[in-house]
Design a protein around this ligand. Structure first.
Ligand code: ADP
Length: 589
């Protein structure tokens, strides 16, 4: 059973009051009773001596009749029972009864004591008077001999009544005192426990996280000190809490905004946190995987082995490991698993994933580019070499053959020239990437100039090129030469890949904060599976299909670079046999 402090205090107070009252009652009642009896005894002795004096002459004369008469008169006056007893026990005088009816009193203890010369006292039930009496017996001496005994008595009833009254008064007084003490102690207990309850309530709120709570104790005692200590503790907790929250928020901000994925595992292998980047790499949701074993979430066997190694190793070194995943998307990742060690024990393992997909793609593109470029350069060079060798070996003699071979050598050299120019353009655009000069450019004018430049080519092919630009198209900041080169490339492609009789429509208009430039042709179109690759270097759709069409596969790559350097982007929509639509979006500023 649990007692509140208030109840405990109350019970203690009650017990103390009860104890004090009991001791007080015992301490008062006992001695008081004794004192009272002694007092009555003394009174009786005094009166007995008086009676003894008064009846002395009658005793000496042996006038017993007179003794009884005097005794009866005196008894009324002093309101006590008087008995005069001869030394043989015979009653000579009695206040309350006729002496002829009185039995011999020789056996009475007070009488016996008086006969020994002392004052005899006794408390006893009187058969004569039917009540308990206090007896005092005085010896009466005649010539040195005890001749008679003067006995006075009072009913003890008076004493007992007084005693009972006293007890009753004490009891009522005690009850009243208890009641007052109870009220007082209740008030005291309340006054004492109220601040404790206040402190306890506030401490509870603080422990529930409300650090704005304060203890207000107005007294000037230990409780006020305790309250002050709690307030100090809360203030220091608040500071520490704020510091922890700030660093936690900082850490969370870093984790959620960093480009790398991060997964934190605790020392028993349960996932503690997953940042957004890791969520998207592995296609998981932090909420769903927190608290789950990492073996159930990370499915890459080699990576798991790597993490296991870090968790079980004694030397606490980080490890790194490169691997690829296919789901939810193909990614090449480099994982660094590092243990967080506290007091020589691994507390957590932090795994950082760097997405190196683009890096590896770029590396591949670089090697592919070198391979492709060498291949593209080798073909015309080999052809030139072959035909020139044949010429040197004697074909020069045959004028017709020589003429045909030289024409081929000329075309291959031209192809080589175009290729080298494209490569130079590409490299030039890439190296210039940071600082290209831009000026306000009139797109409509630039488009017309580009179309004019290719007019002959279009006429030769029998393709109609038209430009439709909304009036008042705002000028944009651009590098005129580069943008013109991109337009020429796109129109040139349109002419190349559109059969005779087809059309190329060029349109430009403003949409919100952008300018959209569209090149729509009615050409051969591009297969769906190649749409994403046509902007790659050297990529050409179905070489067999376009073999007779001259091209390096670098044109669209150059266009894409130019547009991107103008903070724009290009996309394509096309269907085989239904033409293609290239859209350039450029920002207005
Ligand atoms: P190329 O020098 O071969 O034209 P590009 O980079 O300009 O190289 O184009 C890449 C490939 O995209 C071309 O080989 C061609 O197959 C396809 N292509 C580009 N423009 C068009 C178009 N307007 N219509 C159909 N196919 C096109």
């Amino acid at each position: 059973m649990k007692f509140r402090i208030r109840t405990k205090l109350l019970l203690t107070y009650l017990f103390l009051i009860f104890l004090a009252l009991s001791i007080l009652t015992l301490a008062i009642l006992g001695p008081l009773q004794n004192f009272y009896i002694k007092h009555v005894e003394a009174e009786l002795i005094k009166n007995a001596r008086l009676v003894s004096r008064i009846i002395e002459p009658h005793l000496l004369d042996g006038n017993y009749q007179q003794i009884d008469k005097t005794v009866k008169e005196l008894g009324e006056q002093i309101a006590s029972r008087i008995t005069v007893i001869k030394n043989n026990g015979e009653v000579l005088g009695e206040t309350h009864k006729s002496i002829s009816l009185m039995e011999n009193h020789a056996d009475r203890p007070e009488f016996k004591t008086a006969l020994e010369g002392q004052i005899g006292t006794a408390t006893r039930f009187s058969t004569t008077l039917d009540t308990t009496h206090l007896y005092v017996a005085l010896p009466f001496k005649n010539q040195g001999e005890i001749d008679a005994v003067i006995r006075l008595s009072l009913p003890i009833l008076g004493i007992q009544e007084t005693y009972a009254l006293l007890r009753e008064t004490l009891f009522i007084g005690g009850l009243l005192a208890t009641l007052i003490a109870l009220l007082l102690s209740f008030w005291l207990a309340r006054t004492f426990t109220k601040p404790i309850e206040e402190i306890s309530k506030t401490a509870n709120k603080i422990s529930n996280g409300d650090l704005e709570q304060k203890v207000f104790i107005t007294s000037n005692d230990e409780l006020a000190l305790l309250g002050q200590s709690i307030n100090n503790m809360t203030a220091s907790l608040k500071t520490q809490f704020n510091e922890i929250t700030t660093s936690k928020q900082r850490l969370e901000a870093i984790l959620s905004h960093m480009a790398s994925g991060v997964i934190v595992i605790d020392n028993i292998g349960l996932i503690q946190s997953v940042n957004p980047q890791a969520e998207s790499i592995f296609g998981i949701k932090e909420k769903k995987v927190i608290g789950r074993p990492y073996h159930r979430v990370i499915r890459n066997f080699n990576l798991l082995e790597n993490i296991d190694q870090v968790m079980n190793r004694q030397n606490h070194y980080p490890t790194s490991y490169e691997f690829s995943i296919l789901h939810p998307e193909k990614h090449t990742l480099k994982a660094y698993a590092a243990p967080v060690v506290y007091k020589d024990k691994i507390e957590q393992v932090v795994i950082v994933f760097h997405d190196i997909t683009t890096l590896r793609q770029l590396e591949k593109m670089k090697t592919d580019f070198v391979a492709n470029a060498s291949h593209e350069l080798r073909t015309p060079v080999a052809s030139i070499k072959g035909f020139s060798e044949t010429l040197l070996d004697g074909a020069l003699e045959d004028k017709d053959v020589a003429q045909r071979f030289v024409n081929i050598i000329d075309k291959e050299a031209e192809r080589l020239g175009v290729l080298i120019n494209d490569l130079l353009d590409l490299s030039c655009i890439e190296t210039k990437s940071l600082a290209i000069e831009k000026a306000p450019t009139d797109i409509k004018k630039l488009l017309r100039e580009s179309v004019d430049y290719l007019e002959n080519q279009a006429q030769e092919k029998g393709v109609e090129v038209s430009v439709e630009v909304t009036e008042q198209l705002p000028k944009i900041l651009a590098n005129k030469e580069m943008l013109s080169s991109a337009f020429i490339n796109l129109i040139d492609n349109g002419i190349k890949y559109t059969p005779q009789g087809g059309t190329i429509k060029i349109g430009a208009f403003k949409e919100q904060e952008h300018i959209l430039i569209r090149f729509t042709d009615t050409g051969v179109g591009i297969p769906k599976e190649d749409l994403s690759r046509i902007f790659e270097r050297f990529f050409r759709v179905d070489r067999a299909r376009t073999q007779e069409i001259k091209g390096t596969g670098l044109g669209l790559s150059i266009v894409k670079h130019i547009i991107e350097q103008h903070q724009g982007y290009i996309n394509v929509q096309s269907e085989v046999g239904n033409g293609s639509k290239f859209t350039i979006t450029l920002p207005l500023i």
